[in-house]
Design a protein around this ligand. Structure first.
Ligand code: 4AD
Ligand code: MG
Length: 461
């Protein structure tokens, strides 16, 4: 039976165990070799002490190169060395899969994250990407825990959809039409009635619209799935495919939305610190000095709430010179968002009541007739981590807005019917999981916190 390294406890000392993993390093001395095996269950591997007197020693050692997979059996003992609790006194080591030392790309030297992206199939064997994967897992699990404990229902919204949730036209088309000879209409346009779905179809940019339908029946739901944006953003904060968590609450307003967002973020970060202390220490020591303190501070301080209008006043008076000028009515850029969270308030900020013209069509118009009940949560070093709103629940106002934006009302017929049949105030938000992982780990680039990143010109693996 194989034991994972993470499962080892003091109770296993002096017992016979088998561990399996990949060789991280081999250090040979006259009478012994010290082999570090890592199985990914924890950051640290287990040191295996291999006695030169063991039958087959020379032959096995030759095949135990960095990257090879192996099983080691023997007695777990208390480690005398520093930095590790146990080591394994091997009585037998079996090489499972050899690794060509000449060509193995993960040599012991330091590799850049850019290089590691070119070997995305092997990079999870590095300390950093392994730790990121475990942190991502913890944050995902915390997400389910948080919403389930609050009585939210986990909803699977479709990946293929006909409606553009954000109305921004940044969707990837899904088609089975022959790209060399698509059927044409008499007017010469591509005839999508002959396509697989009998109409144009796309990869979803958000599960919100479908989420609203279920919230308006089951009260509180959340989606957690892949979303796609065909925006040509080559930044360290954007992906073409990312995982979004979207709660939607019936009988809820913007205040309920803010409360939920703040509690959720704090809960997820606390869970990460509690369940991944070793990985968090690694990030703190090697990736982003002080990241643990930063998270503790976020968990322990109330988020700063202010209106968009107030934020614009602060930005206009800011001593900092921005690349993009700020005027009431313009969308805030990442530099503005980061200034507010990082430099001005030095903690997460929730901005509310944005001008209607810079936000999506479904947001509820405020009584001033100019702003909508939107909220963005901004955090230091990342900027926008959450975008949400109270939804426009009045059909006449929703229709008016769709007309102003020339959105095809027929395409949204069912969304509009939710306002016709038992409409209720409701609100929700979306959080990009990768932005949360970035923030929580202190990693620099969003491409390194998702296993196989998709961004312009990159869909390898
Ligand atoms: O602000 P967004 O566009 O809002 C929505 O999609 C709403 N439908 C959410 C809702 O109310 N249910 O996106 C929400 C979040 C952003 O705050 C950001 O964290 C993330 O999704 N996000 C991206 N993450 C990575 N790459 C991209 N290209 C992203 N676009 C948005
Ligand atoms: Mg947004």
């Amino acid at each position: 039976m194989r034991t994972k390294i993470k499962q080892l406890t003091a109770a296993d000392i002096d017992k016979q165990i088998t561990i399996k993993g990949w060789v991280r390093s081999v250090r040979s001395q006259k009478d012994f070799s010290f082999i570090v095996l890592n199985d990914g269950s924890t950051l640290a591997g287990l040191q295996v002490v291999y006695n030169a007197q063991t039958p087959g020693y020379e032959e096995t050692l030759k095949r135990l190169t960095t990257g090879a997979s192996a099983a080691a059996t023997g007695m777990l003992i208390k480690s005398l060395g520093k930095g590790q609790a146990f080591e394994l006194k091997a009585t037998e080591i079996a090489v499972i899969g050899e690794c060509d030392a000449e060509s193995y790309p993960l040599q012991k030297k330091h590799h850049t994250f850019e290089f590691l992206r070119t070997i995305a199939h092997l990079r999870p064997r590095t300390n950093t990407i392994g730790a990121v994967a475990r942190a991502r897992n913890a944050l995902s699990f915390a997400t389910h825990k948080f919403f389930q404990e609050r009585g939210f229902l986990y909803l699977h919204t479709p990946v293929v959809t006909a409606s553009d949730c954000e109305g921004a036209g940044q969707m990837f088309r899904v088609t089975t039409l022959d790209d060399k000879k698509p059927p044409l209409t008499p007017q010469g346009a591509v005839d999508y009635t002959q396509d697989f779905f009998g109409r144009p179809a796309y990869l979803t940019v958000s599960g919100q619209l479908e989420g609203e339908a279920y919230a308006c029946a089951l009260s509180d739901i959340y989606t957690f799935g892949p979303t796609f944006r065909a925006e040509n953003s080559n930044t360290s904060r954007h992906l073409a495919e990312f995982w979004m968590i979207e709660p939607e609450m019936a009988f809820a307003d913007l205040n309920d939305d803010m409360e939920c967002a703040e509690s959720y973020l704090k809960y997820a970060l606390k869970y990460l610190l509690e369940t991944c202390p070793e990985d968090m220490k690694f990030f703190n020591d090697f990736i982003s000095k002080g990241v643990i303190d930063k998270l503790e501070h976020v968990i322990n301080s109330p988020f700063q709430k202010l209106t968009y209008t107030e934020a614009v006043e602060i930005l206009k008076k800011a001593p900092k010179k921005f690349e993009f000028p700020v005027e009431w009515g313009t969308d805030l850029q990442s530099e503005h968002e980061r200034y507010l969270a990082e430099e001005h308030f030095k903690k997460p900020v929730i901005l509310i009541n944005y001008p209607q013209q810079i936000k999506s069509f479904y947001m509820r118009l405020n009584d001033d007739g100019k702003t909508v009940a939107a909220m963005d949560v901004l955090v230091p070093s990342v900027g926008e981590i959450i975008g949400g709103s109270q939804r426009e629940d009045r059909l006449d106002l929703l229709d008016k807005r769709m007309d102003e934006l020339s959105l095809p009302k027929d395409d949204y017929w069912w969304f509009r019917e939710l306002r016709k049949y038992g409409s209720v105030p409701h609100a929700g938000f979306g959080l990009g999981l990768e932005r949360l992982v970035l923030f929580a780990t202190g990693m620099e680039n969003i491409r390194d916190v998702i296993p196989f990143p998709r961004y312009p010109k990159h869909a390898d693996f």
